[in-house]
Design a protein around this ligand. Sequence first.
Ligand code: GLU
Length: 426
Amino acid sequence: MANPFVDDAKIIREDNPFESMMQRFDEAAARLHLDPNIYKILRWPNREITFYIPVLMDDGNYQVFTAYRVQHNFARGPAKGGVRYGPDVCLDEVRALAAWMTWKCAVVNIPFGGAKGGIICEPRQMSPSELERLTRRYTAELLDFIGPERDVPAPDMNTNEQVMAWMMDTYSMHARHTVTAVVTGKPVEIGGSLGRREATGRGLLIVCNEACRKYNLDPERTRVVIQGCGNVGGVAALLMMQEGYKIVGMADLTGALYNKTGLDVKSVLGYLKEHKTVEGYVEAEHMTNEEILEMDCDILIPAATENQITSHNADRIKCRILAEGANGPTTAEADEIISEKNIYVVADILANAGGVTVSYFEWVQNRMGFYWTEAEVNSRLKHIMVNAFGDVNRFCEKYKVNTRLASYMLAIDRVAYDTHLRGIYA
Ligand code: GLU
């Protein structure tokens, strides 16, 4: 069936994340023999909001920013997903990310649908007060659409706990009482969950442990390359090093570091914090972001952004296990090449689901008004991630498909079943 957003004549662009998502969705739906009516419905997001927000800049002028919130699906619960700020944000990207949230929440079987938001802006060139005004106006525009039972935003690229605090406060000011459960990823002091900050990285560690167990790999002898040193890649690198893995490669926007005897992750992250660049770091070989992805390693973790592994470089990827920390780091065209190389893929919608899983715990704790210890959060996270890993592998065996397709099939099967149970109000 034609992509609802792209006319047939238009060439499918490999780097369009929405196309990448839809190709996998279509293939998974076909393998599942999905009911044609449910298929028709699940190909469309529920709602897309585009709006233009004026913000008072520090120089006294106003600037108008383009903003989005796409609410992809509500069949299993309130929509859930982050908000990203950046110059390259566009509707097709937000659409893809919203759909991935639906599939991600379904893979780990938490009671949420999917959503994503974005604002086209240059966050690094904005002052904290400009970012605060931008965030508050964005939240105010969405008052009718978000809420603990409607849609629960969270951090994503270039947004953080502070941004969530502003969103929670803005929503609460209008509600005339504090509504902590309207967003997740808040500072712990005002309703955030212990363990949320590390959750995506910890989730990656858990699935990598499971994949290693499957292939009898011992962490001490497992070489890991991680692209991305932020809240996902940086935390994963630290936790994996503590677990005994050998982190041989790390990369951020400014370049990549490689050391075959293992990098000191703490020292790399400390250096980055101080110098804002990896340039000049002594105890490693320097290379580009493209080169580090092609280094020989056992586990490759792209934890930066979309479209890093494409039809152009997929045949040069040399890892045994690919664990996707970012959303959409591999294009649909690259899937086949990766699959033929016998690389075991932990797809993004499973590999990076630790973040939204602990977001779910945060939302639960906010609504109970009762807070768990970090150990409790981490043990519940482990339970959910290990189960989801097992569920995906069972789908692989049952349908004789690769792990990417199995992850999509598992997710779509759950969302389709629940849609069917609820019935279509038409
Ligand atoms: N932005 C994160 C993701 O892509 C977390 C979303 C959430 O916690 O709602 O999964």
